[in-house]
Design a protein. Structure first.
Length: 135
């Protein structure tokens, strides 16, 4: 899922993802994304690229809404231009991985970040070090 309001940036990211074989859904504001990602027929994606400077709810508001609905637990989120958000606004244990990428974006670097395996969330393991059973 790509949530970015800048058309040129969104087109560039979408093109880069498509040429590497990824399927994308692109939304241009946080309100539209909230409807698609938190509504009754919510889409669950393994990866969300989220512009930190979104109109409407904003990135923080969207993440808060998704967090309340438990929609971030299995979604790796990459905040684009995330230097504007404080760490405690975007990352809480057990809510999926959140990473930050500064703007201007380096598309090849972003694609390398997307392709690398996610770092396991330490809060998702039991005392024996094994993965926690899905709920």
């Amino acid at each position: 899922i790509l949530v970015a309001h800048d058309v040129l940036q969104g087109q560039g990211i979408e093109r880069a993802l498509h040429t590497r074989g990824y399927r994308t859904g692109w939304m241009t504001d946080a309100d539209e994304a909230a409807e698609v990602l938190a509504g009754e027929a919510a889409v669950v994606a393994p990866l969300m690229l989220l512009d930190a400077d979104l109109p409407g709810l904003g990135a923080g508001g969207l993440m808060s809404l998704l967090r309340q609905g438990g929609k971030l637990a299995h979604t790796r989120t990459i905040l684009l231009g995330a230097d504007v958000l404080e760490t405690n606004d975007v990352r809480r244990p057990g809510e999926g991985e959140v990473e930050r990428v500064a703007k201007p974006l380096d598309l090849p670097g972003l694609m390398r970040l997307i392709r690398r395996p996610p770092v396991p969330d330490p809060s998702a393991t039991e005392g024996n070090g094994g993965p926690q059973a899905p709920r």
